[in-house]
Write a protein that binds this ligand. Structure first.
Ligand code: LMR
Length: 345
């Protein structure tokens, strides 16, 4: 898809027409568009993502490539492009739908433009930790979400964790009032926008690859991200204070182009699916540790100061952000929020 088609796609008015064209292309392919020699062709999986190789997602992507090229040697090749080398997440959603790339692992927050259901993952302080998130993702409600965007060109295979998010800024943010008036970089999510407005900040949606420079030049003052992203993308070098809030979850939907997926030989599709799930178990088991290492290295390195909150201070952040749940409940579905709450027990 060229730049002008991407521009058309972003315009909501044109998206319906492009979706119809996409659906037609998928139908034609499913009616036998493949050649007789397809079984002999090496299958290429282009897998771009935006974080550094040393992050939970970077490591999982490399592990996926390694296992695929071991177990499907000569049949499947995986090209991983980390650190926004190939494209931004926003562009990767378009590129996947149009079959330019075959696999993505985008932050759940960025699915906002395709469905409101995934906004559940962005509700502040809904998930206290990764164990709760994992229980919810494995539940019937969590699993059903994987297939909720197939007609939009995206089939979810599984979830991969990064970790819990922290705030960083030019002042020590002990209370939400300290965030008043600060410009916050956020991911492309309306929930995160509402969350920042709730604490008196000025939210700016921005691609991950632009954040370091925006913080450095003062285009934005503050940001929220996981320890591993703050460390590996060096945000801590351009942030005076980092407040440990664990206020939200950052995880990924590992997704494929449905047309590509359905067109694979059964045995290849089955093995790829096994590997994706195996990598989820492997990666999720070490994501907390990678984040804790990132935090420790940030503290060792020095340029930013860690702000730890008391239980009362944390409760104040929770109180101030809580109205965001009510704003988005209708779009998400009250029953989905209920299912997430159940996972806490
Ligand atoms: C972000 O944009 O902050 C995140 O989506 C980066 C990531 O972890 O993919």
């Amino acid at each position: 898809m060229n730049k002008s088609t991407r521009k058309l796609w972003r315009d909501r008015g044109n998206r319906m027409a492009l979706l119809a064209a996409l659906a037609l292309a998928m139908l034609v392919a499913s009616c036998g568009g493949g050649s007789g020699d397809a079984a002999d062709e090496v299958i290429l999986i282009k897998f771009p993502h935006v974080t550094a190789p040393a992050t939970p997602k970077g490591q999982a992507a490399e592990r996926f490539k390694e296992l695929v090229e071991q177990r499907l040697a000569g049949r499947v090749v995986v090209e991983v492009y980390p650190s926004s080398q190939l494209m931004s997440d926003d562009d990767s959603l378009d590129a996947l739908a149009f079959g330019e790339i075959q696999m993505i692992a985008v932050s759940l927050s960025k699915l906002d433009r395709l469905t409101h259901r995934f906004q559940v993952f962005d509700l502040p302080f809904l998930f206290p930790d990764l164990v709760t998130v994992e229980r919810f993702q494995a539940s019937a409600d969590g699993s059903v979400l994987l297939d909720s965007m197939v007609e939009k060109g995206l089939k979810g295979l599984t979830y991969w964790h990064n970790g819990m998010k922290q705030f960083g800024g030019p002042v020590p943010m002990r209370s939400p009032q300290d965030a008043d008036g600060l410009k916050f970089r956020i991911m492309e999510s309306d929930v995160l926008e509402a969350q920042v407005l709730q604490i008196g900040g000025n939210p700016q949606k921005m691609a991950f690859g632009e954040v370091y420079q925006a913080l450095q030049t003062g285009a934005v003052d503050a940001q929220e991200n996981t320890w591993s992203n703050i460390y590996s993308s060096k945000f801590y070098e351009v942030q005076d204070y980092l407040t440990e809030t664990n206020h939200g979850y950052l995880g990924y939907l590992v997704a494929v182009n449905p047309n590509f997926w359905n067109g694979l030989p059964d045995d290849v599709r089955g093995e790829l699916n096994n590997i994706v799930q195996e990598v989820a178990d492997w990666g999720n088991a070490q994501s907390s540790q990678i984040n804790q290492e990132g935090k420790a290295r940030i503290i060792e390195s020095g340029p930013s100061e860690l702000v730890s909150l008391t239980a009362d201070e944390l409760a104040e952040w929770q109180r101030v952000m809580r109205p965001v749940w009510d704003q988005f409940e209708e779009g998400i579905g009250a029953e989905l929020i209920e299912a997430a709450l159940l996972a806490r027990q």
